[in-house]
Design a binder for this molecule. Structure first.
Ligand SMILES: O=P(O)(O)OC[C@H]1O[C@H](O)[C@H](O)[C@@H](O)[C@@H]1O
Length: 431
């Protein structure tokens, strides 16, 4: 499998966007600063703290077992939330799109919304469904709740699949205990792999292997990016360069990192990036707010704000040169569209938007993939994982924890136990 990745940073430079921009010399002068950040990441890796890098060396044969089992099933349900599911969603959509017409059909339970589980239960036959329950901590309430509801539903209705249909992927907690007691097939989430960095561990690879994603090429793409990013030369290291660009722009008040893919298959990738960037860097008063918009659709709902609203954004365009399918636009009416393909239209729209926001002085970078396949997606995702790790070091924060979320989790438990109750004194009620 082939494909190319290209990172373009013309439009953050002073000669393109004026005073908002940075200069090549300015980047070069920060060589020591970026190399310290890079060295710190390497040190953490050598200390065994960065499992997302170690994951690249793991043997993928262990996923053959679950892939073999999945052949017995027509549907796959993935139960998880946050880092335990966003990576699989991003990769599956990145390869297969959103139609869910492929075999096996996949359903995601990533919320405690009762209507969602109802719809899922209506859409699948549970005796023909392989069910992944994924939680690094093994204690996440939304994930456990969805598992309990499905398990009880199966028991009550005496639904017995031909082969055991639960697979647990966890690092411990209650899920680990359940998996042991029930005798589920189980994959381990290593302690040093953070949830949002876990797509290339069992968390992503086990379900993706069952969804007929070529995980070997996915990891191959990631390895390629890792090799490329070994260099200290920032102009040859896209993850380090993009980390520095975002860091510099953040310092200049660009508090929003806006990502705009011009292909629907990368929309979920944007959602994955949203967690990675937000949870890793949103600490101690730092952090850019990640926003995802889909080109060209959201040009017609958001672009006015991006162009003419607060000057608080750095944009990333994601573009592919080749689409899996294409259509010629044919009509007897007089139209500029005649003799063009749909792909040409969307590619032109990306360039038009890029030019107009550049003229406005809004900093923007662009990643172009020759095509979107496992190999290029592996490069893209791993590049962002490294970039996030580098950016954490530039900001002098720990990119690998999420203390504020843990506190909110504790309070949700307290509400469930009744020790916190909803009180409201100031409200407007309409009947
Ligand atoms: O994998 P789990 O332990 O179930 O955690 C799922 C998610 O839970 C929390 O919300 C954390 O903030 C996320 O980083 C994590 O990905």
């Amino acid at each position: 499998m082939k494909g190319t990745y290209k990172f373009n940073f013309d439009n953050v430079l002073k000669d393109k966007i004026g005073e908002n921009g940075i200069s090549i010399d300015g980047i070069d002068e920060l060589r020591d600063f970026t190399n310290i950040a890079k060295a710190n990441v390497s040190k953490k890796y050598e200390n065994g703290e960065l499992g997302f890098i170690e994951a690249l060396d793991k043997d993928l044969d262990e996923y053959e077992k679950v892939k073999e089992l999945s052949k017995e099933f027509e549907y796959v349900i993935i139960i998880g939330i946050g880092g335990s599911i966003l990576g699989s969603k991003a990769v599956h959509q990145g390869i297969y799109g959103s139609s869910n017409t492929y075999h096996p059909k996949v359903f995601y339970l990533d919320n405690s919304d009762p209507e969602k589980i109802y719809e899922t239960l209506k859409a699948v036959k549970l005796e023909k469904t392989l069910i992944f329950v994924i939680s690094k901590s093994g204690n996440t309430v939304e994930t456990l709740a969805n598992y309990f509801v499905i398990k009880k539903h199966m028991d009550k209705n005496n639904i017995i699949p031909a082969k055991p249909n639960f697979v647990a992927i966890t690092g411990g907690g209650l899920l680990q205990k359940i998996a042991e007691k029930e005798g589920y097939m189980c994959y381990k989430v290593p302690e040093n792999v953070g949830g949002r960095f876990s797509v290339l561990s069992a968390v992503g690879l086990a379900p993706l292997a069952c969804l007929n994603v070529d995980i070997h090429n996915l990891v191959k793409g990631a390895r390629k990016m890792n090799d490329i990013c070994h260099t200290d030369n920032i102009f040859r290291n896209p993850a380090l360069l993009n980390a520095l660009i975002h860091y510099k722009m953040d310092n200049r008040g660009k508090k929003i990192s806006l990502m705009m893919p011009y292909i629907g298959r990368l929309h979920q990738f944007g959602m994955w990036y949203r967690q990675l960037w937000a949870e890793s860097l949103g600490k101690d008063g730092n952090g850019q707010t990640p926003v995802i918009a889909l080109g060209a659709t959201d040009q017609h709902s958001q672009l006015q704000l991006y162009m003419d609203g607060p000057e608080d954004k750095i944009m990333t365009f994601l573009k592919v040169n080749k689409f899996k399918q294409d259509y010629s636009i044919e009509t007897d009416y007089d139209s500029d569209l005649i003799e063009h393909k749909l792909s040409e239209l969307i590619i032109s729209e990306q360039l038009g938007t890029e030019q107009s926001i550049t003229e406005k002085g809004i900093p923007n970078v662009k990643i172009t993939l020759s095509e979107l396949n496992e190999y290029t997606l592996g490069m893209l995702m791993y590049g962002y994982e490294l970039q996030t790790a580098y950016c954490g070091e530039l900001l002098c924060i720990n990119a690998f924890n999420q203390p504020a979320v843990e506190h909110a989790k504790k309070l949700s438990h307290a509400v469930l136990k009744g020790s916190i109750v909803e009180k409201s004194y100031n409200e407007i009620k309409i009947e």
